[in-house]
Design a protein around this ligand. Structure first.
Ligand code: ADP
Ligand code: ASP
Ligand code: MG
Length: 594
């Protein structure tokens, strides 16, 4: 009998009528001949209310007790949902994470799933029950209750679909699918019929709250197609699968995150091991770091900027102060009034001028770019928080995201889709292991790139646009771009990599700007190597960037530039260190390669 997992989010079970409506949807699927597992979130804003309550009795609630408290939200929902199904004349049994046997590690409030027991659910389904599972929660080795992080019910749903070999995983929510950006922010956002795992993973981790990013890691790893659809209607929704919606467009969506803060460590001596010293201290406090920007060092000192969740800024600053003393950096600055705006698209990997277009759109609105990082399929910039919405709108417009691409991938039901023939194998193998364990697909070295750094550029709107306009006009394909801010000497500098054989051309192009802008220096370097580690969900597995810094430091290799994304972490090192660096990384991650 086919098995279907249906997840209902907070708004979809916010009151008794909505719970009854969701129960009817589950019953309908059951009547159509499916076995049904329903995953539910806490009702409405209950999780927020519980968090608020905790802060009324404690300034710093212990994480273990927080999870004890937060898990009650989902427990209320499963019980009510099971009662609603009973009331409509069908059999249902509610289960908490512990009762299902969702085993996690012990990192309270952001626990990772290790394994899921399937026996009890299978038994209940075979006995004709609709199984009602509590989302967002699990249990650790000591039987402590854990939660998976805000929005984690999506991850519960996709993980259950994976281990139960479900035929479909439906995410029922308060929008009728995935849009090119949050439709609450921009009404001109367009509904998408399809989106690829990689794009959704990036968008989710860059601020598109419609899906929990770790649920997409699961979906990709275990080959689970996700169907995001409205709880309140039967419209088609959006499929999240391996293919993109269009093969021609460079950008499929935009997202923003208003809850990040920026930290810059100025004047870090440019020597092996210093990045490791800094990021290790942050990782030890379990703080996730994003947008790490390290420019090519000047005067033997580099500036390192990165963003952290705003509510963890104080903790991160404490870590950084400690690191500053150890590495002998000259200063620390921070800003908690910033917003990260990003565009994502598989198509940008093969097209020129994508970054330039984004920078130009922002320049036209006089929006200053404080920081830039790019990777194969995403570009992120940091802007002042007051300009969040104009920045998002400018970027959305410039890529014409409101418009349907001409070459839409055909929407096919799952039964007609060619699945990965080895997926069953993968599922079995991974299920034996730690389900959310880091899995890497590749570690590689490329030597065909050169780097260009513009040192001491004026910090003003339009600068990045000008630079990449002239670079694009010279026909140069730009790969990694990083722009740091607030550096040593108060400098802003922009570094980027280009193919070696286009270096001379590129330098000539940027030199033409010298008459209009006062750069302190243009530095080019054609003896660099790029080392890349690829996998799934690398940003939430902060251990990857840290592990790379660690391995390279131990091999006495200096990191010149870094860029991170969900799919890949890239570092630039001196060409002479390339092979040694590759060997060090292969050794470091040998247990994670699949
Ligand atoms: P649930 O409680 O069902 O999990 P969420 O609030 O977590 O619902 O997610 C749904 C919300 O995600 C929508 O109401 C929408 O405002 C927001 N959202 C953010 N980005 C997007 C996007 N790209 N497409 C659709 N919705 C988005
Ligand atoms: N109730 C949890 C939250 O609000 C989990 C979820 O809704 O997915 O974050
Ligand atoms: Mg959600």
């Amino acid at each position: 009998m086919p098995l279907i997992v249906q997840k209902f989010g907070g708004t979809s079970v916010a009151d008794p009528e909505k719970i009854l409506a969701a129960a009817r949807k589950a019953i309908r699927a059951h009547q159509e001949g499916n076995q049904v597992i329903v995953v539910v979130s806490a009702m409405g804003h209950n999780t927020d209310l519980l968090i608020d309550l905790a802060h009324q009795v404690s300034d710093d609630p212990p994480a273990r007790e927080m999870d004890m408290l937060l898990s009650t939200g989902e427990q209320v929902s499963v019980a009510l949902m099971a009662m609603a199904v009973h009331n409509l004349g069908y059999k249902a049994v509610s289960l908490t994470g512990a009762q299902i046997g969702i085993h996690t590690d012990s990192s309270y409030t952001k626990a990772r799933i290790r394994s899921i027991a399937t026996e009890r659910m299978s038994q209940l389904l075979n006995d004709g029950n609709i199984v009602i599972a509590a989302g967002f929660q699990g249990i650790d080795d000591q039987l402590n209750i854990t939660t998976l992080g805000r929005g984690g019910s999506d991850t519960t749903a996709v993980a259950l679909a994976a281990v139960m070999h479900a035929d479909a995983c439906e995410i029922h929510t308060d929008v009728d699918g995935v849009y090119t950006t949050d439709p609450r922010l921009l009404p001109e956002a367009r509904h998408m019929s399809l989106i690829s795992y990689d794009e959704m993973l990036e968008l989710a981790s860059l601020g598109a709250g419609v899906m929990h990013n770790r649920s997409i890691e699961f979906a990709k790893k275990f080959g689970v197609p996700i169907h995001v659809r409205s709880s309140f209607s039967d419209t088609l929704g959006t499929m999240i699968i391996s293919e993109p919606e269009s093969k021609s467009v460079p950008v499929c969506g935009a997202a923003m995150n208003k809850s990040e803060a920026r930290i810059t460590i100025q004047g870090v001596p440019d020597s092996p091991g210093n990045s490791y010293q800094i990021f290790k201290r942050i990782a030890d406090r379990k703080i996730t770091v994003d947008m790490i920007v390290q420019n090519v060092g000047q005067e033997n000192r580099a500036d390192i900027s990165f963003t952290v969740p705003q509510d963890e800024l104080a903790k991160a600053l404490a870590a950084v102060k400690e690191a500053k003393e150890v590495v002998g950096a000259t200063g620390i600055t921070s800003d908690d009034k910033v917003t990260k705006v990003s565009v994502v698209g598989l198509g940008m990997a093969h097209q020129t001028g994508v970054a330039q277009k984004m920078f130009r759109a922002l320049a036209n609105e006089s929006i200053n770019i404080q920081m830039i990082t790019t990777s194969e399929i995403k570009i992120s910039v940091l802007v002042e928080r007051g300009q969040s919405l104009p920045a998002l709108r400018a970027v959305h417009q410039s890529f014409e995201l409101h418009r349907k691409p001409d070459d839409l991938t055909e929407w096919k039901p799952r039964s007609q889709r060619q699945e990965n023939p080895n997926i069953q194998d993968v599922v079995e193998r991974l299920h034996m292991l730690d389900m959310e364990q880091l899995t890497l697909s590749d570690i590689s070295l490329t030597g065909d790139q050169a780097s260009v750094t513009l040192v001491g550029v004026p910090d003003q709107p339009g600068l990045a646009a000008e630079v990449f306009d002239v670079v694009a006009a010279a026909g140069v394909f730009v790969d990694m771009i990083v722009q740091s801010c607030d550096g040593f000497n108060g400098d802003t500098s922009i570094s980027f990599t280009v193919p070696k054989d286009q270096l001379a051309n590129c330098v000539k192009a940027v030199e033409s700007l010298k008459s209009r802008y006062s750069f302190r220096r243009i530095v080019s370097n054609d003896s660099i190597a790029k080392l890349s580690v690829s996998g799934i969900g690398l940003r939430s597995h902060t251990s990857v960037a840290i592990g790379m810094f660690d391995a390279l430091a131990q091999a006495n290799i200096n990191v010149q530039m870094i860029s991170t994304s969900e799919l890949r972490v890239n570092v630039v090192v001196a060409a002479k260190d390339g092979a040694k660096g590759l060997a060090a990384l292969q050794d470091k991650f040998k247990d994670n390669l699949r």
